[in-house]
Write a protein that binds this ligand. Structure first.
Ligand code: SAH
Length: 223
């Protein structure tokens, strides 16, 4: 899978995209992530990507021309399944959407900044608008990292232990059961006996019950 991220602050993306699973998935060829600096698509000396809003409101607006040039260049090189804009008024991101995106071949994620982007970009170039929650970020870069991370980790083969991604929260509309590691007792606090029993049928039954009980208590809306 290939993800192209368009941003005015590429520095914000460097570290999150180049560590841990995202790093390994790129090294093993399961994912390709390319970051494009919008300033490279400007045509003035000062590499201007924003301008004052029509109507005279406060704040600056991302200009249409550099975004258009960048998206058109990428589209001339390959077909894209989705051109995403990160936006607080988009659909709320969840595991279902991450699963859907992980099946795609090529996607673009455009990060907004400043007060927002010229609305014509959203009207004519964008195919999907995604919010990562009901709060406002400074820019779409952190949202793009959230999307890239959650999508790449479920590409088959990207995680060594594939079962691990499938038993995460939300994959079956259930929260994950609790996990423990050694020592079996710390400070008088004990790990549940069943996990030490070696009886895998019992352990699985316990995990299923825990997943259900935790979901009922913490997120009944998922059931
Ligand atoms: N004036 C805008 C907010 C601009 S914040 C409004 O009220 O809707 C600047 C940029 O950050 C946005 O264009 C968007 O790309 C990104 N952003 C902010 N909050 C976000 C969120 N919850 N999810 C995804 N992207 C977000």
């Amino acid at each position: 899978m290939r993800i192209d991220i368009i941003t005015v602050v590429p520095e914000l993306l460097a570290s999150p995209l180049n560590e841990s699973i995202l790093k390994r998935a790129q090294e093993s060829g399961h994912a390709e992530i390319h970051v494009h600096n919008l300033r490279d698509y400007t045509d003035d000396k000062r590499r201007t990507v924003d301008d004052y809003p029509f109507g005279g409101e406060a704040g600056m607006v991302m200009k249409i021309e550099p975004v258009y040039r960048c998206i058109e260049k990428l589209k001339s090189e390959r077909d894209y399944d989705e051109i995403i804009f990160t936006s607080p008024d988009g659909i709320t991101y969840n595991q279902h959407e991450a699963n859907r995106l992980s099946l795609m071949k090529n996607i673009i994620i455009l990060c907004g900044h400043y007060k927002g982007i010229d609305y014509r970009i959203r009207e004519h170039l964008i195919t999907r608008e995604i919010s990562i929650g009901d709060y406002v970020l400074t820019g779409g870069e952190l949202a793009a990292c959230v999307i890239a991370d959650s999508v790449v980790r479920i590409i088959p083969g990207a995680i060594g232990d594939e079962a691990s991604a499938l038993t995460d929260c939300f994959q079956d509309n259930l929260l994950a059961p609790p996990v423990y590691t050694r020592p079996a007792e710390f400070n008088g606090w004990k790990v549940p006996d069943v996990l030490l029993s070696g009886n895998f049928a019992e352990i699985e039954k316990w995990q299923d019950e825990q997943a259900y009980e935790r979901t009922k208590a913490l997120r009944p809306d998922l059931l």
